[in-house]
Design a protein around this ligand. Structure first.
Ligand SMILES: [Zn+2]
Length: 440
């Protein structure tokens, strides 16, 4: 008998490998942080210190939220039903200036991590201020994360002098580089809030340190008009001409693209992140995702910040994305369930440059997986797992979560965080925020 740390037995395993193999029933053996074996009757082969019985449960890769601003959970529901600029200038920016301290970024990110664990997300890609604190929170929460220091040419809570933001980003990268679960990165807010020089410097820094580089791109028509007005070309062309677009770039939104820009994204192998609920809530528009997928562009799925969503549940995001593209194209075959599940798992991993480590259940990959209980009235009967994941499940149906081989949640109990204490602190802080802000 060989030794394993964890053995998951008798589940229906959705591997999300290249062939979308399903093993029903099947077992998974985990040693340390890695998937050691997948197959039948593994209890005959391995002696494990922990055994999880998964009969009647679905076992699949943990979901990957490819774009969020985790600490913005603190502003969930603070200001809704507003025009984008009113929302940003009169609510979000003032709230950030007033309340986003290192301590609150840690707290808000921890709240986000708790919500993500409880809704089956095992990897997040975050971009915000005070990212050393966001990284610390994600690390303490046990999640895997790409954590990107935000760069913007305006005074921000952590860089009152914008010239400092690149230095802060470099310090942050050096601090976290080489960490197992936390991958540092750089995120320029956008082409309309960062000068060409800032974007180029940030991209060169990302290249020097071999870390991912992200930015919001072509989110609104107003942004496109602004960039055309300033530079005489559309946003994707502008960035391509700056020499900052390549296969390591995560372009968030990509709502307003013309044909030439889609060609450029394909040629330069830029990765795209679709954030449908945020785009819908802020009435930004509908990204041409089916067209991008047809062109072979890698597309992941994200929630964006909580203030424009207002939750971090990737199951809901998949459901919304599927229905949005069907009604928009008046084609019920658009963006099928299986495609959405891939976007939320293996394609998301590829967007983050981690396709070789996570995103599917395969021997040698990191043991990031979730277990869902199928024996519930609202989930029965089950004919198609992918349809269920997109149209029927919600995050609340996730039973257990494993990240890097560590069991973070079992039977919906988060094992390593003091959930009640955290909730108390969040309630206290939200009272302070409510007392000082014009809450609508
Ligand atoms: Zn965003």
């Amino acid at each position: 008998m060989q030794k394993a740390d964890l053995l998951i037995c008798g589940g229906i395993i959705l591997t999300l490998d290249e062939q979308d193999s399903v093993i029903d029933p099947g077992d998974i053996a985990i040693r340390g942080d890695t998937i050691l074996d997948i197959g039948l009757n593994l209890s005959d082969k391995y002696q494990a210190s922990t055994l999880l019985e998964a009969k009647g449960h679905l076992v699949m890769p943990g979901l990957i939220n490819a774009h969020t601003h985790a600490a913005m959970t603190l502003f969930r529901g603070l200001a809704d039903d507003l025009a984008l600029m009113d929302w940003l200038k009169n609510y979000i920016f003032p709230a950030e200036a007033r309340f986003m301290s290192p301590e609150h970024v840690y707290l808000g990110t921890m709240l986000a991590c708790l919500e993500m664990i409880k809704s089956g997300t095992t990897t997040l890609s975050d971009a915000y201020f005070f990212e050393p604190e966001a990284a610390r929170a994600a690390n303490d929460a046990g999640l895997r994360a790409v954590v990107a220091q935000g760069i913007i040419d305006f005074p921000s809570p952590d860089a009152p002098d914008p010239k400092e933001s690149l230095r802060l980003a470099e310090e942050f990268i050096c601090q976290w580089k080489g960490s197992d679960r936390i991958s540092p990165a750089i995120f320029c807010h956008s082409a309309y809030t960062c000068s060409p020089q800032t974007i180029q410097k940030a991209k060169r820094m990302a290249e020097r340190h071999a870390v991912p580089f992200g930015l919001h791109l072509a989110e609104t028509q107003q942004e496109v008009q602004e960039i055309v007005h300033r530079y005489g070309k559309r946003p994707v062309q502008h960035l391509a001409d700056l020499g900052v677009l390549d296969e390591t770039v995560m372009a968030i939104h990509c709502v307003w693209l013309d044909q030439r820009e889609i060609d450029l994204l394909q040629e330069l192998q830029v990765k795209v992140v679709h954030v449908p609920e945020s785009n819908m809530k802020l009435a930004s528009g509908i990204a041409p995702i089916p067209r991008l997928l047809e062109r072979g562009i890698t597309v992941g799925l994200g929630t964006d910040g909580c203030a424009s969503n207002n939750d971090l549940d990737m199951f809901r995001e998949m459901d919304t994305a599927a229905k949005l593209h069907k009604v928009f194209s008046q084609d019920p075959t658009a963006l099928k369930a299986r495609q959405l599940v891939r976007m939320a798992t293996r394609e998301g991993a590829a967007v983050l440059g981690q396709g070789h480590r996570i995103g599917s259940l395969e021997v040698g990959k990191k043991a990031d997986l979730i277990i869902l209980d199928l024996q519930k009235p609202h989930l029965l009967p089950v004919y198609n797992f992918y349809s269920h994941l997109v149209y029927t499940f919600s995050g609340a149906d996730v039973d257990s979560v494993i990240v890097n081989g560590a069991l973070l949640m079992r039977n919906r109990k988060v094992l390593h965080l003091e959930e009640e204490k955290l909730i108390e602190r969040i309630v206290d802080l939200s009272r302070q925020i409510q007392g000082q802000m014009r809450v609508r």
